[in-house]
Design a protein around this ligand. Structure first.
Ligand SMILES: CC(=O)N[C@H]1[C@@H](OP(=O)(O)OP(=O)(O)OC[C@H]2O[C@@H](n3ccc(=O)[nH]c3=O)[C@H](O)[C@@H]2O)O[C@H](CO)[C@@H](O)[C@@H]1O
Length: 505
């Protein structure tokens, strides 16, 4: 820890001496805590950080430079579930399973965000969207890892591990750790779940002053999901991957209830194409949908975030009426470990800083706590996809929205991306799987429920059917369990039920 004198002089040098203006009013304990916090700041970079934030705040963010030189990714660069034949899909899946069975694949969860829009104070992964099983997002994800290992083992006679790297932040590390411990890591080996923390950076006023959220506390925020690359170095995560022999990473965000972790088709596609970097996309649903678009800017692949795309660009359509910028980013990325290594060592300092103007509670000169009603602060964030520009071989892979993308962003009451829509998407998918396996359903009174062949992701299926990921990951293996079965809604197919069904045969 640095001494008070050292910190004072560094703050003066950075033009931030106001940070200590209430020092004499703090208790001994509070002084100590504050010194610890200030010692952890990168004081050498503080001046530059504050100046850059103030500069960025002055710039016009409604239409960014990126948007001006944008072009769509041409369709031949996008692999597609919809447009590929059975042979191609099976080939990629086999390749993916082979890599998984050889312990060369890991998943990496970005879970350092604060879930502000959802309005919960705990990590989003701990959210229960109200499924019959009451499973949280973390549990669903953990069980998918168990299952994918089991499937790869069964295919290749191996005993493989898919390590789970989880990037957290100061806001999410402790509750996430505790939640995993309390739930015995949902059946995974704790040594295969590696949690690490991203850095926090100070929020800054429009004139470049660090914001005090209390007399002895700076307002800090995580440095964006692109903080991943620095966090990988800080926490020696790449070394851990190398020791385990991991070569391929599937990086994903916490809130997509349909996420196919370590998806063998996606992994296999990227590996077969010799890609070092890849992104899964879905066709954008409507021009203003809050998803980034995978595109090219100045000839280089990148994602232009929804907040940085002008409405007139988002609305452009081709002669056939399709959106020109339709490759919606679902925050599912593929990276090779050597690529991550290179980015972490050489390029992470060059990543673009994105500016978010936020309402940041602060103490005024008189020491009163103020909750601003309009934005008063700047938070700088790096984005995980901003490394695409450094890729030597980038690929995009289009998947089906109703099978793979239903994010939980907003609280119930909002029209989209809520706990209700997440639950509906999963239950609609499981209903489709059960019907495809040959099941039929009765209501609670024993009356037959007419089958509905097409259940979309935003409607309640006629019957409630939830299938544990421990029983089926992709809908595989269900004919044997559910074929010709008449099931009563609500129906929960967990491991015990699956055993009973097998024994009854
Ligand atoms: C920057 C980014 O990736 N944007 C994507 C993100 O947008 P969106 O704006 O929804 O991004 P979020 O803020 O939800 O963050 C995405 C993920 O990053 C994590 N996180 C966020 C901030 C942070 O400092 N640390 C951290 O780990 C979150 O916990 C979450 O798992 O998902 C959308 C799909 O759902 C995509 O269309 C967007 O292009």
């Amino acid at each position: 820890m640095l001494s008070f004198e050292e910190i004072k002089s560094s703050l003066e040098h950075a033009g931030q001496s106001h940070v200590l203006q209430f020092w004499s009013e703090l208790s001994g304990d509070d002084k100590n805590t504050f010194l610890v916090e200030l010692s952890q700041l990168d004081l050498n970079e503080l001046r530059e950080h504050c100046e850059r934030a103030a500069e960025s705040a002055k710039a016009d963010h409604s239409a960014t430079a990126a948007d001006q030189q944008i072009e769509p990714v041409s369709s031949e660069f996008i692999g597609s579930i919809r447009k590929s034949d059975h042979t191609a899909l099976t080939g990629w899946e086999n390749e993916g399973f082979l890599q998984i069975s050889q312990n060369r694949v890991a998943v990496l969860l970005l879970a350092g965000g604060q879930g502000t829009r959802l309005g919960v104070s705990y990590p989003k992964g701990m959210y229960n969207v109200g499924l019959p099983s009451s499973k949280t997002l973390y549990q669903i994800q953990a069980e998918r890892i168990c299952k994918i290992q089991e499937l790869a083992n069964a295919k290749h006679g191996s005993k493989c591990t898919v390590p789970w790297y989880i990037m957290t932040s100061e806001f999410t590390l402790d509750p996430t750790k505790k939640f995993f411990q309390e739930n015995k890591y949902f059946g995974l080996d704790p040594s295969d779940v590696v949690m690490f923390e991203q850095r926090m950076i100070p929020a800054v006023t429009f004139d470049g002053k660090v914001i005090l959220q209390d007399k002895g506390k700076i307002a800090m925020a995580p440095d964006g999901n692109g903080g991943l690359y620095r966090a990988l170095v800080d926490n020696k995560v790449l070394e851990n991957m190398e020791e385990r022999g991991v070569e391929y990473l599937h990086v994903y965000c916490v809130d997509n209830i349909l996420v196919k972790m370590a998806d063998p088709i996606f992994i296999g596609f990227c590996v077969s194409k010799g890609a070092d970097c890849g992104a899964k996309v879905v066709e954008k649903a409507y021009p203003a949908e809050p998803v980034g678009v995978v595109c090219k800017v100045k000839g280089v692949y990148q994602v232009v975030e929804y907040s940085e795309l002008r409405p007139e660009t988002a609305e452009q359509r081709d002669p056939g009426g399709e959106l020109v910028y339709s490759a919606g980013n679902i925050c599912n990325h593929f990276f090779t470990r050597p690529f991550l290594n290179e980015v972490a060592q050489k390029f992470q300092g060059q990543l673009k800083q994105h500016v978010a103007l936020k309402k940041v509670p602060f103490v005024d000169r008189e020491g009163n706590l103020v909750k601003p009603t309009k934005p008063n602060g700047i938070k700088m964030e790096k984005f995980v996809f901003d490394v695409f520009q450094f890729s030597r071989k980038f690929v995009a892979f289009e998947v089906l929205r109703e099978e793979e993308f239903s994010p939980l962003k907003n609280a119930d009451g909002a029209p989209l991306d809520t706990p209700t829509t997440a639950r509906q998407s999963l239950l609609a998918q499981h209903y489709r799987w059960a019907m495809a396996a040959g099941a039929s359903f009765l209501d609670a009174q024993g009356k037959s429920l007419p089958p509905r062949p097409r259940v979309t992701r935003d409607e309640d299926p006629p019957a409630v059917c939830e299938i544990s990921p421990l029983v089926s990951f992709f809908g595989e293996g269900l004919e044997q369990l559910l074929g010709q079965k008449v099931l009563t809604t609500p129906f929960l197919l967990d491991e015990n039920r699956a055993k009973e069904l097998l024994q009854a045969q």
